[in-house]
Design a binder for this molecule. Structure first.
Ligand code: URP
Ligand code: ZN
Ligand code: ZN
Length: 467
């Protein structure tokens, strides 16, 4: 019971899944938002009990790659704001996100950070951190990076694609890696060879190849593996590790495996859509293939099996979402001119855990502990949040999920909570059901309802990267 003002919640008799083992029939004691005890048949009076008999209890998911209310052009923003996006995240078992304040070329990174902070603090229902997206290496930007780093933004993303807007030259990339190395920050790279892609796009448009499939055809897999090799070499020359975001190709993974043999320090993430979908999706009729226009694109059929194998072998450590939705109505309308006009990005913040459970854990390919590792624990470790997040160790934030492995969940757009009018997985009913979601001891999802107050999410200053 509440004693000395302490709020107690006990989750009873669940199978506690950590990143390295499963503790059967175990209780979890939560006091004032923290995990304080893990054990069998804890005889402790509490304010609230959750019976997890025959259920699994997991640490809350951590999605290290989201783009909520991201301005793309003046009048086009990704369609989930920090409220709808984090509510959807919570329904999907994700209790922490890391989003990307994006420096607009010619403006200050610190301006982006303040804008993102204001939006997220006002609306987020789960805890959030930030990586800074940096588009130049001017003195002012390097100072801003140092200030952001001191305030717990300890990773920065750089683009090798999108010339003229986000792309950095090799020289600037090298300088940016050096800055990260000096600070102790983790550089993250969007690895696509932007200038060669521009050339392929020009050729395609000259030949009036305008349909969504040409989004994939103008970004061949070698443009990813080439950029990965360059990023790894430049990072190594600058004395820095490098984290490759949204790895999408077999060729890119092969490059990473080879570069690691050369002792290059590379970390990597992929996303469910690169594991499960391929470029044939762009051929959906009536420009519906526009749904899948994102960068990197969905890939030839050879890539998803190679990435799945790499994930199961531990060559890919993290699965994030790159959640960046735009309405299909808008995507199709803009696709009418040509594929380059389609806003890049897709939905995923709500479906990550269930897709991995359905396709990997329920089929026996991945252990429950591996599932927890790639969706939570390793995310916390890589991005300076461990052991506050991603674990049941006493003292950790009480972020957890009660999961029914025998339940099922529809991934139809109308049954999900993301603010978007389509689902890439329409018609799929997954095995497994996320029943209860707890964030810092608060029950935020229960009986199919979100009970979280808007703005309850807290900013998470993160520690520097450490191997
Ligand atoms: O198409 C995508 N992925 N949009 C979001 C921005 C990025 O590159 O991650
Ligand atoms: Zn990217
Ligand atoms: Zn992204």
């Amino acid at each position: 019971m509440e004693e000395n003002g302490i709020m107690r919640l006990v989750i009873r008799n669940g199978a506690l899944v950590s990143s390295d083992t499963v503790f059967k029939e175990t209780d979890l004691l939560i006091e004032n938002g923290k995990i304080t005890k893990v054990g069998r048949e804890l005889q402790i009076a509490a304010d609230e009990y959750i019976d997890a008999t025959d259920k699994w209890v997991l640490p809350g998911g951590i999605d290290v790659h989201t783009h909520l209310e991201m301005p793309l052009r003046d009048d086009i923003w990704s369609s989930d704001d920090f409220y709808s996006g984090t509510v959807a995240a919570a329904y999907g078992g994700t209790t922490t996100i890391i989003d990307f304040p994006t420096q607009v070329r010619g403006k200050k990174l610190s301006v982006a950070v303040s804008e993102w902070m204001q939006r997220a603090k006002e609306k987020s229902v789960v805890d959030f951190g930030f990586h800074g997206i940096v588009t130049d290496v001017s003195k002012a930007t390097v100072n801003d990076m140092a200030r952001a780093f001191q305030n717990g933004i300890t990773s920065f993303k750089f683009f090798m694609a999108y010339p003229g807007s986000l792309m950095m030259s090799d020289t600037d990339l090298f300088k940016a890696f050096r800055t990260c190395s000096k600070l102790g920050a983790l550089p993250m790279v969007h690895a696509e060879n932007g200038v060669i892609i521009e050339e392929f796009i020009r050729e395609a448009l000259d030949k009036e190849r305008v349909f969504p499939i040409y989004h994939a055809k103008t970004r061949p897999p070698l443009t990813e593996s080439d950029a990965i090799c360059r990023a790894a070499h430049l990072a190594n020359l600058a004395g820095s590790p490098v984290y490759i975001v949204h790895l999408s190709t077999r060729e890119g993974l092969q490059a990473i495996v080879n570069l690691r043999k050369m002792r290059m320090d590379i970390l990597t993430e992929t996303c469910p859509h690169y594991l499960l979908l391929n470029e044939t999706a762009y051929l959906e009729r009536d420009l519906k293939g526009a749904k899948y226009v994102m960068s990197p694109p969905l890939r030839p059929e050879s890539s998803p099996p190679a990435l799945r194998y790499g994930l199961l072998k531990g060559e890919i450590e993290i699965v994030a979402t790159d959640h960046c939705p735009f309405p299909l109505s808008l995507k199709r309308e803009l696709a009418g001119t040509n594929f380059t006009k389609i806003p890049n990005g897709g939905p995923g913040i709500e479906t990550r855990l269930l897709l991995l459970y359905h396709f990997f854990v329920a089929t026996g390919k991945m252990t429950p502990s591996q599932w927890v590792s790639v969706t939570s624990t390793q995310c916390a470790k890589t991005f300076g949040l461990y052991p506050q997040k991603g674990t049941f160790l006493p003292g950790a934030d009480a972020d957890c999920i009660v999961f029914d492995p025998k339940g099922q969940t529809s991934l139809n757009a109308e049954d999900l909570h993301m603010n978007v009018d389509y689902s890439p997985y329409q018609g799929l009913v997954t095995k497994g059901k996320i029943e209860t979601v707890i964030s810092r001891g608060d029950i935020i999802i229960t009986q199919g309802r979100c009970t979280a107050e808007k703005g309850r999410g807290q900013f998470l200053p993160r520690r520097p990267f450490r191997r």
